[in-house]
Write a protein that binds this ligand. Structure first.
Ligand code: NAD
Ligand code: UGA
Length: 441
């Protein structure tokens, strides 16, 4: 099939490469000419394991091309995926749909003479319920007969290729049998491999996405609330999470207590869902999401306070080493990164902060130019009064605490992700604090 992918960011670039990989002819479209030039030469504009190989192969095989031209996109194929960003409006939780509307408006005038009879525009961006139907009316004003379907994306950064090629489900909301049949054909290689297909209407598809992210966010905030209770009562949140997670009705995943969730999606998605529900007069139904958000933001302050206590309640003149800048490991994405929010608050309170991250330093520097950055862990930790472990990259777990103890001024660490082995660190002379756990050393 010939399809376009409009918006070639984290979702679009991966989707375009994977659709070409399963045999389709794909045209990737973006307004960012630099991004298009990089992708054309087979270079992804961000770090995502496995993407660069797949991209190169698809480009070399001639199944994947890129352009900035909406006309070329409209004439290339009959199925157009919309993968542009839906950020949060400044100062409110409401989703900003400007890019989605611009993507549809860009295609619309050229669709009638594209030569294709039944054009299908498929949204993958995360949007408030009701968006697909509204876009369909907007699209039909210029391109009568063109349909809009919604096919929400569930990939996680860091394993986006695997999540796209072997998703746990494909959800597609359509208003016609023809559109659903086309989507089944498009995804046939994945469906043949056993991926469940859930066909529904566009509104339900839009809701599945925001409800899923809200549930994941709630699970994380639930365990972080338990960490707060453990801190006050001397309990151990890791044991609690393990014991809860062994109940198969609860399950162990997304019960990792610590600094909480960040990134470009969970925080903005729960706020946009709340805003949309309020708009519909249904604010009470999702009022708990405000608490989920509050618990989450509170964890950042808790970690800063924990670190401040370790340096004698005053950050002035203190050196603070920060391990991790990305919002999660295996990603260079720093959008709403809890690690950088903590690092910057510590700097604001008077400390000299040096940040290390294996992949995200360039993005971090662009977002937080006032912080200092180190090329390696030893440099970040040189003469540190406290080390903050904020993003749980696997390589930080492999650090030798005895070696690092010789570099710092005081062997004190906050393990904000509950990912280090406290016994090993304390045996090497460190004081280790972690949310929801008794202080050791
Ligand atoms: P992103 O910011 O990385 O990429 C968006 C891309 O769209 C950019 O390259 C931008 O230049 C381009 N763009 C903007 N306006 C355009 C237009 N009119 N025409 C063509 N291109 C345009 O965003 P992302 O992280 O890939 O997220 C995209 C959507 O998918 C969002 O709604 C997000 O909530 C959702 N989502 C993201 C993830 C994720 O892990 N990042 C996962 C699932 C769903
Ligand atoms: C999340 C969802 O997992 C994806 O299914 C969804 O497609 C995506 O949002 C989206 O809509 O954009 P992602 O943001 O890539 O994916 O990352 P996650 O692995 O979900 O982690 C999100 C945040 O939660 C990270 O900051 C992570 O550190 C934190 N987290 C995760 C915890 O604090 N505890 C946990 O137990 C799990």
């Amino acid at each position: 099939m010939r399809l376009t992918v409009i918006g070639t960011g984290y979702v679009g670039a991966v989707h375009a490469a994977c659709m070409a990989h399963i045999g389709h002819e794909v045209l990737g479209v973006d307004v960012d000419a630099e991004r298009i030039a990089a992708l054309t030469s087979g270079r992804p504009p961000f770090f995502e394991p496995g993407l660069s190989e797949m991209l190169r192969k698809a480009v070399d095989a001639g199944r994947l091309r890129f352009t900035t031209s909406p006309v070329e996109a409209a004439w290339f194929g009959d199925t157009h995926f919309i993968c542009v960003g839906t950020p949060q409006h400044d100062g409110s939780g409401v989703a900003d749909l400007r890019h989605v509307e611009a993507a549809v408006d860009g295609l619309a005038p050229y669709l009638h003479d594209s030569g294709y009879e039944r054009v299908l525009v498929v949204g993958k961006s995360t949007v408030p319920v009701g968006t697909a139907d509204r876009l369909a009316r907007r699209l039909n004003a210029a391109a009568p007969g063109a349909e809009v379907a919604w096919n929400p994306e569930f990939l996680r950064e860091g394993c986006a290729v695997q999540d796209t090629l072997r998703p746990e489900r494909i959800v597609v909301g359509t208003r016609s049998e023809h559109a659903e049949a086309r989507m089944r054909t498009l995804y046939a290689p994945l469906l043949d491999a056993g991926t469940p297909f859930i066909g529904t209407d566009p509104s339900t598809a839009e809701l599945v996405k925001v409800a899923s992210n809200s549930f994941l966010a709630t699970k994380i905030s639930f365990i972080n609330a338990m960490a707060e209770i453990c801190d006050a009562t001397g309990g151990d949140v890791l044991t609690l999470a393990e014991a809860m997670g062994r109940d198969s009705r609860i399950g162990p995943r997304f019960l990792a207590p610590g600094l909480g969730f960040g990134g470009s999606c969970l925080p903005k998605d729960i706020r946009a869902f709340t805003a949309r529900a309020e708009e519909l007069g249904l604010g009470d139904s999702v009022a708990f999401l405000r608490q989920v958000d509050d618990i989450n933001t509170r964890q950042r302050r808790r970690i800063v306070d924990m670190a401040e206590r370790l340096v004698g309640d005053n950050f002035a003149e203190r050196n603070v080493a920060v391990l991790g800048a990305a919002f999660k490991p295996r990603s260079d994405d720093v959008r709403d990164s809890p690690a950088l929010a903590v690092a910057d608050e510590v700097r604001r309170r008077g400390a000299r902060v040096r940040v290390h991250d294996p992949e995200a330093v360039d993005n971090a520097r662009a977002a937080y130019p006032a912080l200092q950055y180190a090329l390696n862990v030893a440099k970040a930790c040189e003469r540190a009064d406290v080390v903050l472990h904020l993003t749980e990259w696997p390589q930080y777990r492999e650090l030798d605490p005895a070696v690092l103890a010789t570099v710092v001024r005081t062997p004190a660490i906050v393990d904000a992700r509950n990912a280090l082995d406290p016994v090993a660190w304390c045996a090497a002379g460190w004081t280790l604090c972690a949310p929801g756990r008794p202080r050791l050393g």
